[in-house]
Design a protein around this ligand. Structure first.
Ligand SMILES: *Cc1c(COP(=O)(O)O)cnc(C)c1O
Length: 415
């Protein structure tokens, strides 16, 4: 991409940016939280709006000169409303974590209780991990997936909720391949008088396209990220009912943030417009179909696919049954050497350290963006199996790497 001005001022950064562009072009991004935004979204994010202070909300800002900032934020809000159908949308959170922080700040007092999924079972840091502010400010209890099936254990969740009496129940996950029963979790939350936050960070695009059940209109609060299965650039979003609108808005600004990243909000507006086109539904359907093809390929080659398959964009593999001596970290490193970039991940019933856990997680959102369909994804799945079976075999790694290069060249991203 054009970098003439960066190059003139700062060749070191220009080289790193060019290197990153080249890396994305010639490797397969299978980290389940990643995707490739369009040039239109990148342009909007790289725009002069990065210069503008617009504390406040459209029509009531703390600074002069906000007419275009207002226009952009209103467009982002209108489009998000159309995509997800929420009564109220806040597009200012800088990230998914900041979106969750907005909800906690709005509805909880320090010391209040959060019930969420255990991180090693697919939860997220911002759901109350001790290393995150959420774990430090609030009292946290966690539910789990059923170790036999890999599905959320809704009955156990209900019992935990009755015993713990949480103020908020969090659903929505980082490494959970199955459709979430938001209605069931809503019923549990209502029974114990708790709010329900559905964090759809990973599946915002799948929900927008209608290929995953929507928590909007079910849960009290829905948070999401805008850069995973929807390609609207890095950021977060909160959706809620009218009755909580002003509390949420106040918790985002001035509660947890200062000036909104207006350039990112411009990226969100453009990405949301792209997601409103009929092609986006086809894209989301293809993402899920590709993930199912990947899960099948793994299972057919003897890998243990957690929950036996997927309903989403991601597949989680527990390496222990098939490869007891191979850690996720070693698999991740060997795969990266071939140009297949995914991440080591904890699995339900994890027995190793989170720094070198027992599983790998793979997503199809980014590959689908570059035009991969079932045949290519099955082929990539077979390459992953070969590398996992032979992580030290230079010959195998070389062959897979050559094939990855060809697949990437046949499906260019930004060229
Ligand atoms: C990715 C993710 C987030 C948001 O992460 P950020 O990096 O802060 O944008 C929040 N919740 C879940 C469940 C996630 O997977």
């Amino acid at each position: 991409m054009n970098d003439e001005h960066v190059r003139a001022v700062d060749p070191e950064v220009a080289d790193a940016l060019a290197g990153e562009e080249e890396r994305q072009e010639r490797t397969l991004a299978m980290i389940a939280s990643e995707n490739h935004a369009s040039k239109a979204v990148l342009e909007a994010q790289g725009s002069v709006l990065t210069n503008k202070y617009a504390e406040g909300y459209p029509g009531s800002r703390y600074y002069a000169g906000c007419e275009y900032a207002d226009e952009v934020e209103n467009l982002a809000i209108e489009r998000a409303t159309e995509l997800w159908g929420a009564e109220h949308v806040n597009v200012q959170p800088h990230s998914g974590t900041q979106a969750n922080m907005g909800v906690y700040l709005a509805m909880l007092e320090p010391g209040d209780k959060i019930l969420s999924l255990d991180l090693t079972h697919g939860g997220h840091l911002s759901h109350g991990h001790p290393a995150n502010f959420a774990g430090q400010l609030y009292e946290v209890e966690q539910y789990e997936v059923d170790p036999e099936t890999g599905y959320i254990d809704y009955d156990a969740l209900e019992k935990k909720a009755e015993a713990f009496d949480p103020d908020i129940v969090v659903s929505g996950y980082s490494a959970y391949p199955r459709a979430v029963d938001f209605e069931r979790i809503q019923a549990v939350a209502e029974d114990v008088g708790a709010y329900h936050l559905a964090d759809i960070a990973h599946i915002t695009g799948l929900v927008a396209a209608g290929v995953h059940p929507s928590p909007v209109g079910v849960a009290d609060f829905v948070t999401g990220s805008t850069h995973k299965t929807i390609r609207a650039g890095r950021g977060g979003i909160i959706m809620t009912q009218e009755e909580y609108a002003s509390e949420i808005d106040k918790a985002v600004f001035p509660g947890g943030q200062g000036g909104p990243l207006m350039h990112n909000i411009a990226g969100k507006a453009v990405g949301f417009k792209e997601a409103l086109q009929p092609e986006f539904t086809e894209y989301a359907e293809q993402v899920v179909s590709n993930a199912k093809a990947l899960a099948d390929t793994f299972a057919n080659h003897g890998l243990d696919v957690v929950s036996g398959g997927t309903d989403t964009h991601l597949v989680l593999v527990d390496l222990r049954p098939s490869h007891p001596d191979l850690t996720g970290g070693t698999a991740e490193e060997a795969l990266e050497r071939t140009g297949i970039v995914l991440n080591a991940n904890t699995v339900p019933g994890e027995t190793r350290s989170p720094f070198n856990p027992s599983g790998i997680r793979a997503g199809t959102a980014a590959l689908t963006t570059r035009g991969f369909e079932n045949p290519e994804v099955r082929e990539v799945g077979e390459h992953i199996v070969r590398v996992v079976d032979n992580p030290d075999d230079e010959g195998v790694l070389g062959e897979v790497s050559d094939r990855v290069t060809e697949l990437c060249a046949a499906h260019p991203l930004y060229r």
